[in-house]
Design a protein around this ligand. Structure first.
Ligand code: AQP
Length: 334
């Protein structure tokens, strides 16, 4: 039976990239009736130094963003990773399954560690093993993510395959990434070759889910573009990364194909298209931002939801960890 797992790091403000690439898809999968688990991956967030109060706030804010976007704690299991210790326990096993060479090839580690690899945390290097554990501790079959997570999901499949082979079992499923839609890789508004990211030092590079209408309009107005009018077919966007990004965002927000959008806006100048995009983004994001602000007034209620989700998640994870330990040869006497 299909089971969906995905997570988001509480590592700053949620962006339009997180919304279109991940959260919006999470809601669709929930509403299709599949069993869904969605996690604030706080253990992942500390692979880079964070102030404790920032981490706590961001965890609750991601939860508020999930719920405000349409995730329903009665339908989806919503929880934060550290409240289900089985994630970290399985990650240790996977630290012993995955090879150094596999992790050395991870581009996200190279990007995030930068030139100063010697000073990166061991956790940042081992991050993909914990991510594999997040998924496989539930025997999840499908993982909705943005394009940037593709390599980590391939590693998850490699870990499951090696574990199954090493122990001669057919235990962990080979998970399918679900990377679909017009906005699987939303790019920075300042640089069409970089992905939009929570941690970009420039706030003008991204639209935050909590930005107000003025901020959204200003960021889109100032977004980098080229001087040409919009093409009338998708092929005309091939060498125009900034133009393609804005059209993709429009398509994803309006739930149309890129071709349908270009049939409508082809021939228009950016001076005409940008206000259309800003109006659309404000119409879609403002109600979510308002609901997030309302939810954040009662953090005790958010914490209650996360606690209840953790209890439900653990009920699935604990027996899978026990079976894993048994397969590996750990003595279980209680
Ligand atoms: N720009 C993006 N376009 C499409 N999808 C995106 N995602 C992130 N950025 C984009 C998807 O959001 C989910 C959660 O990502 P994450 O929080 O675990 O970490 P990340 O991918 O590293 O996201 P950020 O925003 O860039 O965070 P920081 O700056 O903290 O590293 C994933 O499904 C991701 O694909």
């Amino acid at each position: 039976t299909p089971r969906v797992f995905s997570g988001i790091q509480p590592s700053g403000n949620l962006t339009l990239g997180n919304y279109l690439g991940a959260i919006k898809r999470f809601v669709e999968m929930q509403n299709s009736g599949i069993e869904t688990l969605y996690c604030m991956v706080d253990l992942h967030a500390i692979t880079v130094w964070r102030k404790p109060e920032d981490l706590r706030r961001a965890t609750r804010e991601v939860a508020a963003g999930f719920i405000a976007s349409g995730l329903d704690p009665a339908k989806s299991i919503l929880f934060n990773q550290s409240q289900v210790p089985e994630h970290a326990q399985l990650a240790w096993i996977f630290n012993c399954v995955a090879r150094m060479g596999w992790l050395n090839r991870m581009t996200q580690f190279k990007d995030k560690a930068g030139k100063n690899r010697e000073n990166a945390s061991v956790g940042l290097f081992a991050y993909p093993n914990l991510m594999a554990a997040d998924i496989l501790i539930y025997h999840a079959t499908h993982v909705p993510v943005g394009e940037d997570q593709k390599q980590h999901l391939e590693l998850t499949r490699d870990i499951a395959t090696k574990f199954n082979n090493d122990f001669g079992v057919d235990f962990f499923p080979i998970t399918e990434p679900v990377i679909e839609g017009a906005a699987t890789r939303v790019m920075s508004l300042r640089d069409g070759s970089k992905k939009m990211s929570k941690s970009d030092p420039s706030d003008m590079s991204r639209i935050n889910m909590t930005d107000d209408a003025d901020a959204i309009a200003k960021k889109i107005r100032k977004a980098k573009t080229d001087p040409d009018a919009l093409p009338s077919e998708a092929a005309g966007l091939a060498d125009r990364p900034e133009a393609r990004n804005l059209v993709n965002i429009y398509a994803a927000l309006s739930e149309q194909s890129v071709d349908a959008v270009l049939a409508e806006v082809g021939g228009k100048a950016f001076s005409e298209f940008k206000p259309m995009l800003a109006d659309l983004a404000v119409a879609k994001l403002s109600p979510i931002a308002a609901e997030m602000a309302r939810l954040m007034e009662d953090t005790a209620e958010i914490d209650r939801i996360l606690g209840e989700g953790a209890t439900r998640a653990q009920a699935i994870a604990a027996p899978i960890l026990e079976q894993t330990y048994d397969i590996v040869g750990m003595v279980r006497s209680r």
